[in-house]
Design a protein around this ligand. Structure first.
Ligand code: SF4
Length: 356
């Protein structure tokens, strides 16, 4: 049986150099291939026209260029598109294209499923299947930007399926490709990595020289509630998470984003707002208030508009920069926390426990 061809897509500059050395070529050619793959986004080795015919033929004998394959697209009435990518073995991951006022934002996945088990999130119900490779992470952006003819810089948020910091090595390889001059050439400021609060790996990411923007999914102001809705809190509690955020080497002009999914009767009271202010007031930050997207399979509710406004006003009064973020793509299951298939109801027990 013939040996299967290897995929060049997702290889770093150093890994491409190794491929060339194995072919008896000068390693500097790796830069040319790297630019073809990630800046020009070619999917045929023959399209790399500044390589000799002989080298192209030898590469073709052993390699292919295979970014992830789109299995389905769901177009929302608000212009966003949920892309479903084939992840092999009958699994899929999802990414979302979002046209925003200030340009294009892509929301990418980092894992198939997720182990973090946040109780308000559909992805959690899939459990953890596997990490995505660097090529599978970068490829989501390459395929979408090609298809949508995105010309010029765009914004990336690692907020799709998975906890990016539990796939740190591949995430960093993907960030290298996104930010490399010969790759996507994106400023790290255009990239946001969101975490549920994996403190150890947040500290490791803090050592990365091209530190992206950081979003922390906080969602509660007491350990009692956060333990229930985000089990990662049992390992690193709110105080440890906030302290880790304070230690991050964020530039003077940048801010950490705290995501706060507002769940009726769980984390939306005036006391929650006051505690939130106390938690974040010594950090250069902004708070994204995300009214929960109600969906079948999750038994949480979105607070009414008055409650949302009251919560927001409490932050405003204390000078905490904030926005209320209404998720895009709700009608096609592309909104925050919706990236998976419904399987069970959760949430009711927590409201019960909190006497709502
Ligand atoms: S909210 Fe994020 S970290 Fe939590 S289960 Fe969902 S995908 Fe995982």
């Amino acid at each position: 049986m013939a040996t299967p061809k290897k995929n060049l897509y997702g290889l770093s500059l150093e890994e491409l150099q190794e491929v060339l050395i194995a072919e008896g070529e000068k390693p500097f050619r790796a830069k040319q291939i790297y630019a073809w793959l990630y800046a020009h986004k070619v999917t045929e080795i023959q399209a790399m026209t500044n390589l000799s015919k002989d080298l192209r033929a030898r590469l073709e004998a052993g390699y292919v260029i295979e970014p992830p394959r789109v299995a389905a697209r769901h177009v929302s009435s608000d212009g966003s598109v949920k892309y479903v990518f084939d992840a092999g073995e009958g699994r899929q991951v999802e990414a979302v294209y979002m046209p925003m006022e200030k340009g294009i934002t892509l929301c990418l996945s980092s894992q198939v499923g997720c182990a973090q088990d946040c109780s308000f999130c559909m992805t959690a119900q899939m459990g953890f299947i596997r990490n995505l490779s660097p090529g599978e992470i970068v490829g989501q952006a390459a395929v979408i930007t090609q298809e949508k003819a995105v010309d010029g810089p765009f914004n990336l948020v690692m907020m799709g399926m998975g906890e990016p910091l539990l796939n740190l090595q591949n995430l960093i390889k993907a960030l290298d490709i996104f930010t490399h001059k010969l790759g996507f050439d994106l400023s790290p400021k255009r990239i946001t990595v969101s975490t549920s609060g994996h403190v150890r790996n947040l500290e490791k990411l803090g050592e990365y020289p091209k530190l992206p923007r950081i979003a922390v999914s906080l969602n509660a102001t007491t350990d009692e509630v956060r333990n229930e809705i985000m089990p990662v809190n049992l390992k690193w509690n709110i105080r440890e998470l906030i302290d880790a955020c304070k230690r991050l080497p964020i530039s003077q002009r940048d801010r950490i984003t705290f995501e706060y999914v507002l769940l009726e009767g769980v984390n939306d009271t005036p006391a929650d707002a006051r505690r939130l202010v106390r938690l974040v007031s010594n950090i250069r930050c902004k708070v994204n208030i995300i009214p929960f997207n109600e969906m079948e399979g999750l038994d949480y509710k979105q607070p009414d508009l008055e409650t949302i406004e009251r919560f927001r006003q409490a932050l405003n009064k204390s000078g905490i920069l904030n926005t209320v973020r209404w998720s895009k793509g709700r009608d096609v299951g592309a909104a925050c926390g919706q990236l998976a298939t419904p399987v069970a109801k959760r949430g009711a027990h927590l409201r019960e426990k909190l006497h709502v």
